[in-house]
Design a protein around this ligand. Structure first.
Ligand code: ADP
Ligand code: MG
Length: 238
């Protein structure tokens, strides 16, 4: 696992600046939630950390390495998206092994990585199934499995639960937290859902219009919001 640092990061699309100098420090092994209303720049920030979006100004570090110009595959991160498109024509095991197969890992190495990941996620009995034979929650688990087998320094989640029904969302929160307890991998988790942020985060970064409104533990934000935006956002129901 590694720390992550955003130093005065800016992003413009054409002439429109959407991130206006974001600085955030994430410790090794921390579970940090970026939360804020739709359009405030959460996904853009995460995509820049993943290397999927160019940085207009500032620096992003993973560990002590500046990654601004590093291609995604060299960043040692794994991302789980909201629409976790699994490959429909291959099995759960093959979906999980896909990135390893691309790297030409041996059959033994693939098995040695997929098996424990499947066990952690309760997918052992489902490895030979195809995605269409799985429930929504099981598919989400396979998407996480794909990330775990890569054994990355940092996990990135972008609203991974927003396509699931309310009940499943609550149980998947717990599963993701349990996973983090077990692997202790540094995690950056994006959501617009305050409840998700409050229940999952070691540290919350509240974003508003391309800026950081406040950083703190769930309790700090709840007890001592810095400004009306944070008070309103954290205090209001999802
Ligand atoms: P969030 O994930 O918090 O909902 P985004 O990071 O997706 O917000 O978007 C932040 C802002 O950047 C929004 O105003 C959005 O319209 C704009 N934006 C995102 N991606 C692009 C793009 N590829 N081109 C132009 N504008 C974009
Ligand atoms: Mg988004």
């Amino acid at each position: 696992m590694a720390s992550v640092t955003f130093r005065d990061v800016r992003k413009a699309f054409g002439t429109v600046e959407v991130l206006h100098g974001v600085s955030v420090d994430i410790d090794e092994g921390q579970f940090v939630v970026l939360v804020g209303p739709s359009g405030c720049g959460k996904s853009t920030l995460l995509r820049m950390l993943a290397g999927l979006e160019h940085i207009s100004a500032g620096e992003i570090l993973i560990g002590d390495r500046v990654v601004n110009d590093l291609p995604p595959k060299d960043r040692d991160i794994a991302m789980v998206f909201q629409n976790y498109a699994l490959y429909p024509h291959i099995t759960v095991a093959q979906n999980m092994a896909f990135s390893l197969m691309l790297k030409r890992a041996s059959k033994e190495e693939i098995e040695a990585r997929v098996k424990p990941a499947a066990e952690i996620l309760g997918l052992t009995q489902l490895l030979d199934r195809y995605p269409r034979q799985l429930s929504g929650g099981q598919r989400q688990r396979v998407a996480m499995g794909r990330a775990i087998v890569r054994d990355p320094q940092v996990f990135l989640f972008d609203e991974p639960l927003s396509n699931l029904d309310a009940k499943l969302r609550v149980s998947m929160r717990t599963e993701i937290k349990n996973l983090h307890q077990r692997l202790k991998t540094t995690t950056v988790y994006v959501t617009h859902d305050q409840i998700e942020a409050m229940t999952m985060a070691d540290k919350i970064v509240v974003m508003h219009d391309g800026r950081v409104a406040q950083v703190g533990t769930p309790l700090e934000l709840y007890d001592r919001p810095d400004n009306l935006f944070v008070a309103g956002f954290i205090g209001s129901p999802a």
